[in-house]
Write a protein that binds this ligand. Structure first.
Ligand SMILES: CC(C)(COP(=O)(O)OP(=O)(O)OC[C@H]1O[C@@H](n2cnc3c(N)ncnc32)[C@H](O)[C@@H]1OP(=O)(O)O)[C@@H](O)C(=O)NCCC(=O)NCCS
Length: 186
């Protein structure tokens, strides 16, 4: 995808050789106070993964990859300020929770913005780029899963045009927990 420059940062897809930065930003995200609501893995689990894991993750979401795309906002000095990843879920497959995928869709995961950049519009810019990539790669809708107690994330997703679908997904964080599906029709 082409880079755009809204303010002091560039929004772009990652490159496969940038796996150390992928790892650094993910570990930063997993130290967020809301990480237990936001992500499905722990800091300790992620920190223990071998370099090959991060190399494969970066290659799988790099510019030119077809099934996934990791988008970052790169600030002055090359620091990554925020990220999200879009996974293409093809029509006719079954998603990770066991539900059928009726129409090809982009599933947005791994959303994180460094705290000093929250509320700046950067999150919306990441979504604009992620959705552009999803539409260009055959998605007819986009969706994401968010915890009911993660009110700020829900606000950000509404700002990006997502609305609750009414579906809940049984998950993960503790017994009886569920998460909410938000969707955006193309
Ligand atoms: C989720 C995240 C990416 C959102 O980015 P952001 O820059 O903070 O989001 P924005 O400021 O654009 O939008 C948040 C909206 O929710 C509102 N909001 C903030 N805190 C809120 C709260 N406690 N309750 C309700 N709304 C809240 C904001 O006012 C804003 O709405 P507005 O633009 O209408 O004022 C960022 O906060 C983050 O990285 N959080 C930690 C990790 C995380 O939770 N990731 C999501 C996993 S599902």
């Amino acid at each position: 995808m082409s880079a755009s420059v809204p303010g002091d940062y560039v929004i772009r897809s990652i490159r496969a050789d940038e796996w150390p930065a992928v790892k650094e930003l993910r570990l930063r995200a997993l130290r967020d106070p809301l990480a237990h609501l936001a992500y499905l893995e722990t800091y300790d689990d992620a920190a223990a993964r071998p370099d090959s894991f991060w190399q494969e993750r970066a290659a799988g979401g790099a510019e030119g990859a077809s099934g996934a795309q990791q988008i970052v906002a790169e600030g002055p000095g090359g620091l990554w300020l925020g990220t999200l990843t879009v996974l293409v879920e093809e029509a006719g497959t079954t998603d990770w929770a066991g539900f059928p995928v009726a129409r090809t869709q982009g599933h947005v995961v791994g959303v994180f913005v460094r705290s000093e950049w929250r509320g700046s519009g950067l999150t919306k810019a990441l979504f604009a780029a992620g959705l552009e990539w999803a539409w260009a790669n055959g998605a007819e809708r986009a969706r994401l899963i968010v915890h009911p107690d993660n009110a700020r994330a829900q606000g950000a997703y509404r700002n990006a045009g997502f609305v609750p679908s009414g579906r809940t997904v049984p998950l993960v964080v503790g017994p009886g927990d569920h998460e909410l599906e938000f969707v955006l029709e193309r």
